[in-house]
Design a protein around this ligand. Structure first.
Ligand code: G3P
Length: 216
């Protein structure tokens, strides 16, 4: 499974990149707004840190506006993936982007039917928002499983990018289901690493290491 970091914060992205565990980055308007920096400046800086797919979201909601913004973003760097909202005008733009060789990440997916249409339109990635479904007492991971199954049934090329990840179990479950990608906040990346038995084992080793005589 590919791991992307879900962040527009350069320090967070550097931290994850230095761990050697990320294959790409996803951003969204809320994450970019948190940086306090202009969108294109932020995306350009991210492209210099991670050599992998970098999702940058359009703001326009009409097909022509999405196409204009998306083409400008795609021109910035070979790794740019244009993030498009899951609405009719978005799918119309995805179809054209696909014909032009521009990669797309169709976002804010909350149903298998939405995901089916996004794949039919040619989306490179589909982003089911697991955490936001869980947040309203739904079963977000079931949506990931549905999409993986449907795409596999018909050999659809779209990659399932599990998004809105809230904790390590989401990551493990997405991997067990066979999601192609999980996009993960830095906090959860670090949580994936932590285990109390590792910490305890290390403490014992270090304490015992002090007992090793320096020389015979
Ligand atoms: O960036 C897309 C998605 O991962 C954001 O989800 O629910 O954490 O805002 P959320």
């Amino acid at each position: 499974m590919k791991i992307f970091i879900d962040s527009a914060d350069l320090a967070e992205i550097r931290d994850a990149a230095q761990m050697g565990v990320i294959d790409g980055v996803t951003t969204n308007p809320s994450l970019v707004a948190k940086t306090g920096k202009p969108m294109k400046e932020t995306i350009a800086a991210i492209c210099e840190i991670v050599d992998g797919p970098i999702s940058a979201e359009v703001i326009a909601m009409d097909t022509d506006g999405i196409l204009k913004e998306g083409r400008e973003l795609a021109k910035m760097h070979k790794n740019i993936v244009v993030k498009v909202p899951l609405v009719a005008d978005g799918l119309k733009a995805v179809k054209i982007f696909t014909a032009e060789g521009i990669k797309t990440n169709v976002t804010l997916c909350f149903s298998a039917s939405q995901g089916l249409l996004a794949a039919k339109a040619g989306a490179t990635y589909i982003s089911p928002f697991v955490g936001r479904v869980d947040d309203i007492s739904g079963e977000g991971m079931q949506l990931v499983e549905q999409l993986v199954t449907i795409y596999r049934n018909y050999d659809l090329a779209t990659e399932v990018l599990a998004a809105s990840i809230r904790h390590p179990l989401h990551v493990v479950q997405a991997a067990e289901i066979g999601a192609h990608v999980a996009t993960i906040p830095l906090k959860v990346i670090h949580q994936l690493l932590k285990h109390p038995l590792t910490d305890a084992g290390l403490a014992t080793f270090l304490a015992d290491a002090k007992k090793i005589p320096a020389k015979a």
